[in-house]
Design a protein around this ligand. Structure first.
Ligand code: SAM
Length: 229
């Protein structure tokens, strides 16, 4: 198992390596509470993310350093139902830490593309893949803009937190379904979820980022239904 490098121009490769060095040094590795099969670099009180944000103008919101309700539910579902992805090609869209893609790879997916627009997320997910003994194919780009890559299953963990993003992601997922792909979504019932288009598969109690210590909320796994056009 080797780390697959994202395709990056030389000037970004330096920043990618620096991000990996920071994550390796400052974000301890811990098992995920509701998915103990997966271990991730996660932010702690000593990680210094806000100091890094002050120094690096390219530093966005560190979604990749935390666990989110959507990814926790979808990752758990995939490991509980490995037949949902085994032997198939998977896209993890908005992969963040890579938690969903890592679950898919562990469950026997053949190739797992993990895409995010944040360089730090891609740096974190490739480190996290190595820790978990799997390979992800990292992509740093906004795939919602174009033609879907050739996969069988598209997994989306917690991408419906912003109205414009939710509309773009839904349109992209419709294009994926038009091409015969299955779409699985994990989400803790956020405001911009296209609920009328979703078939509920299951729910898990999970601890979303920001919940009180030990607190949980229901987070659901859905299959996207075809649009009525
Ligand atoms: C709330 S986090 C969820 C991360 C992960 N899926 C999980 O469940 O833990 C949302 C992630 O989506 C990424 N993102 C936002 N817009 C995106 C886009 N258009 N294409 C790809 N990733 C995007 C963010 O950078 C962030 O890493």
């Amino acid at each position: 198992m080797t780390e697959t490098l994202p395709s990056l121009p030389e000037h970004l490769m330096g920043r990618y390596r620096a991000a990996q060095d920071f994550i390796s040094a400052r974000l301890p590795i811990a098992a995920v509470a509701s998915i103990p099969e997966i271990r991730l670099h996660m932010a702690g009180p000593q990680s210094g993310l806000s100091r890094l944000a002050e120094k690096d103008p390219g530093f966005g919101s560190p979604y990749w350093a935390r666990c989110w309700g959507g990814g926790l539910a979808l990752g758990r579902y995939i490991l509980d139902n490995p037949e949902s992805v085994a032997g198939r090609r998977v896209l993890d869209l908005g992969a963040g830490s890579g938690i969903v893609g890592i679950a898919a790879a562990k469950a026997g997916a053949t190739d797992v593309i993990a895409a995010d627009i944040d360089l730090y997320a891609v740096a974190a997910m490739t480190l996290n893949a190595t820790i978990n003994g799997v390979t992800l194919l990292p992509r740093i780009e906004d795939l919602t803009e174009g033609e879907p890559p050739p996969v069988d299953i598209v997994c989306v963990g917690d991408l419906f937190y912003d109205p414009a993003l939710a509309a773009r992601v839904t349109a992209f997922l419709d294009r994926c379904m038009d091409r015969g792909m299955v779409v699985l979504i994990g989400d803790p019932w956020r405001a911009y979820l296209p609920s009328s288009r979703l078939k509920l598969l299951t729910e898990y109690p999970v601890s979303d980022f920001g919940d009180a210590i030990g607190g949980t909320r229901p987070s659901a796994v859905f299959a996207l239904k075809a649009a009525i056009r």
